[in-house]
Design a protein around this ligand. Structure first.
Ligand SMILES: Cc1ncc(COP(=O)(O)O)c(C=O)c1O
Length: 642
């Protein structure tokens, strides 16, 4: 491409085109935006106003500090905004409706258990008395140590042994608002026995198995076949047992959890309605109650479409709060029962926005070259001449015919190569011409009003593979495991047209280590438009909205470990500071996770190298270099280092 046509390409593409293409104003919710200089920015709260902080500049700063890619960025400010957002929205709706109860958020630790995140929620959430939900002994220990406000709640879900129950009871004894939620009928006996033994009255909650079910990917958490919660008859039995043991006064909370990422507000409304029926009925049985725990499920709009698609949601937080408060208030007033404290276990919506994975592109594999010179030598094989003729004859009105001709000659090329009629070079050229023809046909097909079915998917077949320096399994496991979509886009060059249709492969050598589904406002895209890769120039992509579940569920596939983590915030002068830095796993770290002893590996390797010296395969000097490389590799990052 000459300089003139390159500048034309830049001029004809606007920032608005990039915004529309990547949908950043839709899924970014005002936390991310495209800057005038073509870089992507995070919007962070400054002293007086919001400050645009270029993610590309942050990456430069990280590079300057000698830190390699990939890196997980945590934006403390975005997490704080999300905590405020959910608390203030509930409080506002309660005021508007004249609701007499209050709101308490409890953060489910499982959604992102990293200490930085928990510490942030604990310290910033203190002003809202935001507490924790613990689903295991280990999580309860975190909750007990990190809860700051005396009014915050700790809700204990999950299967509980005596040790778990004792810890929860001791928590209550030291003045914390710990609730033990019964998930299965057998637990109640142990709770009663332990509370009598320790002489501590528990706060008891019941988890109800609602018959309301939802759409989306986590639908199995609710409904009659869900593994958690008590049925109506089991709830009645539990009430009877509590009455018999003189402990009905301990029954204060009703909990349900419909599943995560509920896309449709109708499901939320019907679940609250059903739960209120249970709540008022349990209160009518003589339990004091006072707390209605609506679980998690508040969805994140990953594709920005505002629909009831599984990766989106068709409601705002304000509508969610309105519906919950409205339904609860109506049901309680009708039953003449005091308005309960509404407890939310929202996790995904709280933490998803604040983490971004950043990685660089290492290389690109194009099946075809868009700039291929298709002039052939005089003595070119007839097959190549025929393919070139097909290429020259392409017109909007003969696309299908040319497509069939190209397929015919491509198959011919394969047969001729097998029988030795053409050599490898001719076969290679035939392939290149074939892809060139397909590229032209797919471009011309865009001008057709009706695109024949066989030409519809051509663009999908023409994708380039961009190799990213990250592991899908470690950093975005839900993308592999459940086809979860996350917004992905370049951090820079947004004034330029992204002219290459690409999929992304990671650095694991697993054919599942790729991303080939991307968010789109109306559909799911099978490729992501990216900028042509320029040799020796860095090209950075960000994967957004990954703060929920991804860090927790990631694994060591191919022994790629945890990435570096850097927390970003603004200082008093609105300057960016890299406030906390956690080194990613080294090779020796990940080896020790899978039961190797790195020191022994070094010793064993030294022994092998020494044998090579004795066999005169290498000199003693070379021995030194080889051992140094092994030791450095052992201490190095598991990802591709530059
Ligand atoms: C009992 C319970 N509460 C809360 C949550 C958090 O849900 P979400 O992340 O959708 O808010 C979960 C996760 O599925 C859960 O199992």
């Amino acid at each position: 491409m000459n300089a003139l046509s390159k500048s034309r390409e830049i001029k004809s593409w606007t920032l608005q085109d990039s915004k529309d293409l990547y949908g950043v104003d839709n899924w970014g919710r005002g936390y991310f935006k495209v800057k005038k200089n073509g870089e992507l920015a995070a919007l962070l709260q400054g002293k007086e106003e919001e400050v645009e902080v270029s993610l590309f500049e942050i990456v430069q700063g990280i590079r300057d500090r000698g830190i390699g890619m990939p890196v997980l960025l945590r934006f403390e400010d975005i997490l704080h905004k999300r905590i405020s957002y959910i608390n203030t929205n509930f409080m506002k709706k309660m005021r508007e409706y004249n609701y007499k109860g209050s709101f308490r958020g409890v953060y489910p630790i499982k959604v992102n258990q990293q200490e930085q995140v928990i510490e942030d929620i604990s310290s910033f959430g203190e002003r809202y008395s935001h507490g924790f939900e613990a689903g295991s002994k280990a999580e309860l220990m975190v909750a007990l140590a990190y809860v700051r406000s005396k009014d915050a709640l700790i809700v204990c879900n999950g299967y509980k042994d005596e040790e778990f129950i004792d810890l929860a009871l001791y928590g209550k004894k030291i003045g914390l608002n710990v609730f033990i939620v019964i998930e299965r009928p057998g637990e109640l006996k142990t709770i009663i026995a332990r509370s009598k033994k320790l002489g501590i009255q528990p706060n008891i909650g019941l988890r109800v198995k609602l018959s309301s079910t939802v759409g989306g990917k986590w639908a199995e958490s609710a409904g009659d076949l869900s593994v958690f919660g008590l049925t109506a008859s089991q709830i009645l039995e539990a009430i009877e047992v509590l009455k018999k043991d003189g402990m009905i006064d301990c029954l204060k909370l009703l909990h349900y959890h419909l599943g995560s990422q509920i896309p449709d507000i109708k499901s939320i409304r019907s679940a609250v309605t059903e739960a209120c029926r249970y709540y008022t009925s349990i209160a009518a049985e003589g339990a004091p109650m006072g707390y209605l725990d609506i679980g998690g499920g508040l969805a994140v709009d990953y594709d920005g479409s505002k629909t009831n698609f599984a990766h989106s949601k068709n409601y705002s937080l304000s509508e969610y709060c309105s519906d919950v408060v409205d339904v609860v208030m109506g049901a309680m007033d009708e039953a003449n029962i005091a308005h309960p404290v509404i407890v939310s276990e929202s996790g995904r919506s709280l933490v998803a926005y604040s983490s971004v994975l950043i990685f660089n592109i290492l290389d690109v594999n194009n099946f075809y070259s868009p700039d291929l010179d298709i002039s052939l030598p005089e003595d070119a094989h007839e097959l190549l001449v025929n393919l070139r003729e097909v290429h020259k004859s392409i017109m909007v009105k003969n696309l299908q015919e040319m497509y069939h001709d190209a397929l015919y000659y491509r198959d011919d090329a394969r047969d001729m190569f097998l029988t030795g009629e053409i050599d490898l070079k001719t076969r290679g050229l035939a392939d290149q011409l074939f892809w060139q023809i397909l590229l032209r046909i797919s471009q011309c097909a865009k001008e057709l009003r009706f695109v024949p079915e066989e030409l519809q998917d051509l663009e999908k077949k023409m994708v380039s593979i961009y190799y990213g320096n990250f592991s899908v399994f470690q950093s975005i496991p839900d993308s592999w495991a459940i086809d979860q979509l996350f917004p992905i886009m370049p951090l820079h060059r947004l004034k330029e047209k992204p002219s290459v249709s690409a999929i992304i492969a990671d650095t694991t050598c697993d054919c599942d280590g790729k991303i080939d589904k991307f968010v789109d406002l109306y559909d799911v895209k099978s490729f992501l438009p990216l900028h042509p890769f320029i040799e020796d120039e860095e090209y950075y992509l960000g994967v957004f909205l990954i703060g929920a579940y991804q860090e927790t569920l990631g694994d060591l596939h191919n022994l790629f470990g945890d990435t570096h983590v850097i927390s970003i915030r603004l200082d008093e002068d609105d300057e960016v500071i890299y406030s906390k830095e956690i080194d990613g796993d080294s090779v020796s770290d990940v080896l020790s996770y899978v039961e190797y002893a790195p020191k022994e590996l070094v010793e064993d390797f030294k022994g092998m190298v020494e044998k090579a010296v004795r066999r005169k395969l290498i000199s003693p000097n070379e021995r030194r270099d080889i051992i140094k490389a092994y030791e450095e590799g052992m201490n190095g990052y598991t990802y591709f280092e530059m």
